[in-house]
Design a protein around this ligand. Structure first.
Ligand code: ADP
Length: 480
């Protein structure tokens, strides 16, 4: 099968969150199974020089955006059986940020989506399936259906759109998007591109792709409800028959405590002593009191409301009254950077916070912590809890989306489980569950050892999910 991914980020080139992990680890898995997988990405100047140096110039063409004609270069790099194309325009992507600041996101990603489709006939590759990820690629399936399928080259290309996070939709003025993409007035009704008076790239992807998927079965259910649907639940309900929930995996080579060069000391289920060494060194590095007997709880992720940080805010004082340490690594809203920098000073030796995108420290936290806290308000899949379990760090999570699908709460009667969970979005429900975990740490380490073992033995590879995606692709191709 010829499969084309389009996305705005992809490891190891550019990453702000889980989307990059998913694109960058799913593509090689599909390629390994014999499929021709290619990935199209924007050529950001933020891509590390080492990678840029390995790219090869392929060709260039002009992209018509309203009255403007914009240069688009295509750079190429092959890695792990996957061909990556980087669509280059310095004006749009040669900026010191990836998202947001310029106020012209509709034009940047409008350019990207248009360029993806226009590049295809120029390259020696004809996709059977076009797999677009998140809103930045949402216009690809829409433009394909609206403006390209009458051309023989595009006529049989099937499209699938994956929602990695429904909260970010790419909402802009209709006039601006019309100006850039030349979409006529007849297309701006509620059943097509218009969305509450605006243009919405995510909606465009949802309306016009042949299939829709999201990154866990629970989130697929949840987004059909008003609570989780981000005002698109009505549309998603109408497309329920084409909606799939496919759980993400992680790159089990990158996240492997036995061979991870980024952590202080490798370890495995059989040789867990190394984990204790990781904890000790982490406490040292972060200025925490070095004490093997104090449970260390870590949080890694974007500092936004989605991640349940207002719950932590509400009960931080009560958490700090417990015998525990807390480490937070993330970037995001000032509300939380202020809170956690204050807390670091207030609870010196018990609390540490770092506000950076720091992969090395993230690995050290997954390896060195005892527990991983993720009390998300919503969570499409969540990779961090999977990574934590692989490093023998026990997750404490809210039962939502992919967290619900991957973390099973400890049941003291059946002895099942691989973590601790709570259901309601309530700070004291979270606190009680943290206290439950701390209780076992103090009184019954054997319970924690059983949870840890189950976590470390879990299969978080892409094997199942890759098969699920291939099944969906196959179904689309059979449905002429
Ligand atoms: P989301 O996609 O909502 O941001 P996920 O849990 O799906 O959350 O994926 C987050 C990924 O980004 C994980 O691999 C996590 O380790 C990583 N990550 C998030 N914030 C940071 C940070 N500040 N430094 C390093 N890695 C981070």
């Amino acid at each position: 099968m010829n499969i084309l991914f389009t996305a705005s980020e992809c490891v190891p080139f550019v990453k702000t969150g889980g989307l990059a992990d998913v694109v960058g680890s799913l593509a090689p898995v599909l390629a390994k199974q014999g499929h021709d997988v290619r990935v199209m990405l924007p050529m950001y100047s933020a891509i590390p020089q080492d990678w840029q140096a390995k790219m090869q110039f392929v060709l260039h063409f002009d992209v018509q955006l309203g009255w403007r004609r914009q240069y688009c270069g295509v750079m190429m790099l092959k890695k792990d059986g996957v061909t990556y194309y980087f669509l280059d325009n310095k004006y749009y992507f040669g900026r010191p940020y990836i998202y947001g600041l310029g106020g012209d996101e509709y034009e940047r990603y409008g350019f990207f989506c248009r360029a993806v489709l226009n590049a295809l006939p120029l390259l020696p590759f004809h996709p059977d399936v076009l797999h677009a990820h998140d809103w930045q690629s949402g216009m690809v399936p829409a433009l394909l259906k609206i403006q390209y399928t009458h051309l023989p080259f595009y006529a049989n290309i099937k499209s699938i759109f994956t929602i990695h996070n429904l909260q970010y939709q790419g909402i802009f003025g209709i006039k601006e998007v019309q100006d850039v993409l030349g979409l006529g007035d007849g297309l701006w009704s509620g059943d097509k591109l218009e969305c509450y008076g605006c243009a919405n790239f995510m909606k465009a992807g949802l309306v016009y792709s042949d299939a829709i998927s999201t990154v866990s079965p629970s989130y697929a259910e949840e987004i059909t409800t008003a609570y989780y649907g981000e005002r698109l639940d009505g549309l998603i309900r109408t497309r329920r028959d084409s909606l799939y929930g496919v759980l993400n995996g992680i790159d089990t080579d990158e996240y492997n405590p036995e061979h991870d060069p980024l952590i202080y000391k490798p370890f495995s289920l059989q040789k867990l002593a190394g984990k204790a060494e990781n904890k000790r060194r982490l406490q040292e590095e972060l200025g925490l009191t070095v004490d093997a007997g104090t449970p260390l709880i870590a949080m890694v992720g974007r500092l936004t409301n989605q991640k349940g940080l207002d719950l932590v805010d509400s009960v931080l004082g009560e958490m700090m009254n417990e015998k525990m340490q807390l480490v937070v690594l993330g970037m995001g809203d000032a509300r939380y950077t202020n809170l956690f920098s204050w807390a670091e000073g207030q609870y010196h030796g018990q609390m540490a916070a770092r506000f950076a995108m720091d992969t090395v420290l993230a690995h050290k936290l997954y390896a060195g912590a005892d527990f991983f806290l993720m009390p998300s308000l919503f969570e499409p899949c969540g990779l961090s809890q999977l990574i934590a379990m692989r490093y023998g760090t026990i997750p404490i999570v809210r039962e939502t989306g992919g967290l619900r699908d991957t973390v099973l709460s400890y049941n003291e009667f059946s002895k099942d489980g691989n973590g601790f969970t709570f259901l309601n979005y309530n700070a004291h429900d979270m606190l009680v569950v943290i206290q439950r975990a701390l209780y076992y740490y103090e009184k019954d380490k054997a319970v924690l050892a059983s949870l840890q073992k189950r976590g470390m033995e879990g299969d978080y590879s892409w094997a199942h999910s890759a098969r699920d995606y291939l099944d969906i692709y196959q179904k689309l191709l059979e449905h002429v």
